[in-house]
Design a protein around this ligand. Structure first.
Ligand code: MG
Length: 207
């Protein structure tokens, strides 16, 4: 894959509400009489996020890694799907910059849970909560009152350290700073000597 500095990804998912199953959104269990039905735990936000991550590195979609026909993924925790997508992102040489999301559902209200969802998603991705946007809207005029829909966009940044040795501290210090450090170190090491014996090292450049 061409190593651009940035990659953008987009994912979308929907699941239908069903009575008496737990509701999980963004890896957080939300108290509600109905949950989202699916082959896995039905976490619509994490599924959209998985597709956004995979799409950003053109690595297929959630179904190509976790086919709903495979009984192995029945009731699976969707965190597993996000982890696999992150693995693909990493092996392509990228890291997550930030993401934005919109949930579309009639109920429950997401506002009281948004901060928990933000924190959990940030944890999963290894980014700061401030890099995770969680928004919610009701589906006005869409007649999708019995469904939850999630849209997610992600921005990936090229991982500068991928496949490279960590640069040494010396290599990262600008030359004028190195010169000044040398000057001060030499001056300090000769501080006890009589003034006439002191050496002076001139710094090249300025800071
Ligand atoms: Mg799904």
């Amino acid at each position: 894959m061409a190593q651009s500095s940035f990659r953008i990804g987009y994912g979308w998912d929907s699941h239908e509400f069903r009575k008496s199953i737990p509701l999980k959104i963004g890896g957080v269990t939300i108290p509600h009489g109905r949950g989202l039905a699916g082959h896995s735990d039905g976490d619509v936000l994490l599924h959209a996020l998985t597709d956004a991550l995979l799409g950003a590195v053109a690595a297929g979609d959630i179904g190509s890694y976790f086919p709903p026909s495979d009984p192995k993924w029945k009731g699976a925790d969707s965190v597993l799907f996000v982890r696999e997508a992150l693995k693909q992102v990493k092996s392509a040489g990228y890291t997550v910059g930030n993401l934005d999301s919109t949930l579309v559902l009639q109920e429950p209200k997401i506002g009281p849970h948004a901060r928990n969802i933000q924190k959990r998603v940030a944890e999963l991705l290894g980014v700061a909560p401030g890099a995770v946007g969680i928004k919610a809207k009701t589906p006005e005029g869409m007649k999708t009152g019995n469904a939850a829909i999630a849209h997610v966009t992600v921005l990936l940044l090229r991982d500068e350290h991928a496949g490279k040795k960590t640069r040494t501290a010396e290599a990262e210090v600008p030359q004028p700073v190195v010169d000044l450090v040398v000057e001060h170190t030499l001056a300090a090491s000769h501080a006890h000597e009589p003034k006439k014996k002191r050496k002076t090292v001139k710094a090249r450049g300025s800071i």
